[in-house]
Design a protein around this ligand. Structure first.
Ligand code: AMP
Length: 214
């Protein structure tokens, strides 16, 4: 199974990709996570990438393509992969198509995760990670018990650096301008399925599995 999860920041791509990865035993390939690792490692490239990411802008196409082609060549991606946050521009989609053609492993499906704008904003501004467990939580949607479980165990609820309001607004603009055209790109190729990505994580996951089975 080779799939792209398409959707605005906050549509739940990462959350759903992790569930699918555990069930189907294929890797989640997240360019955002890989870039954050590069930033954490403090290399010169990481320092440059951090400035772009903190502003909510896009890292250059050739950089992410390099990261993706290395990652997809690894043995664990042989049986499939879930692309999360890539492609984000038409150029990246074209490059991905070429890369997969060369590897003779074309994409099966692009799943568009559809979420209302107001919910996206709450998901992004409310998103926190428990510093102890790495669990993803949300101050608007998680239960008080879940939030308290983290803090009373001595953990902190950490907010991603690019989840502040100014950067979020730019990330959503960047999505509209650069990534939304990919909806048509995959529709024209007969690869697009759209799911309603509102509701609980489990409800969305059910819809995702149904869409992939169809
Ligand atoms: P994400 O975790 O997918 O929201 O990505 C966080 C940030 O990493 C984005 O706002 C971009 O700055 C950068 N990034 C991630 N994936 C890509 C991509 N495919 N192309 C360009 N920049 C990306």
């Amino acid at each position: 199974m080779r799939i792209v999860l398409l959707g605005a920041p906050g549509s739940g791509k990462g959350t759903q990709a992790k569930k699918l990865m555990a069930d189907k035993e294929i890797p989640q390939v997240s360019t955002g996570d890989m870039l954050r690792e590069a930033v954490a490692s403090g290399t010169r490239f990481g320092v440059k990438a951090k400035a772009v990411m903190d502003a909510g802008d896009l890292v250059p196409d050739e950089v992410v393509l390099g990261i993706i082609s290395e990652r997809l060549a690894k043995p664990d991606a042989e049986n499939g992969f879930i692309l999360d946050g890539f492609p984000r521009t038409t150029q990246q989609a074209v490059d991905l198509e070429e890369l997969l053609d060369e590897m003779e492993t074309p994409l099966d499906t692009a799943v568009l995760m559809d979420v209302d704008f107001d919910i996206l904003l709450k998901r992004l501004t409310g998103r926190r990670t428990c510093s102890l467990t790495g669990q993803l939580l949300n101050v608007y949607f998680s239960s008080q018990e879940e939030l308290d479980a983290c803090t009373s165990a001595g953990g902190e609820l950490i907010q991603r650096e690019d989840d502040n309001e100014e950067t979020i607004s730019n990330r959503l603009d960047v999505y509209r301008e650069n990534t939304e055209p990919l909806i048509d790109f995959y529709r024209k190729r007969g690869k697009l399925v759209t799911i309603n990505a509102e509701g609980t994580i489990d409800e969305v996951y059910e819809r995702l599995l149904e869409a992939l089975a169809a």
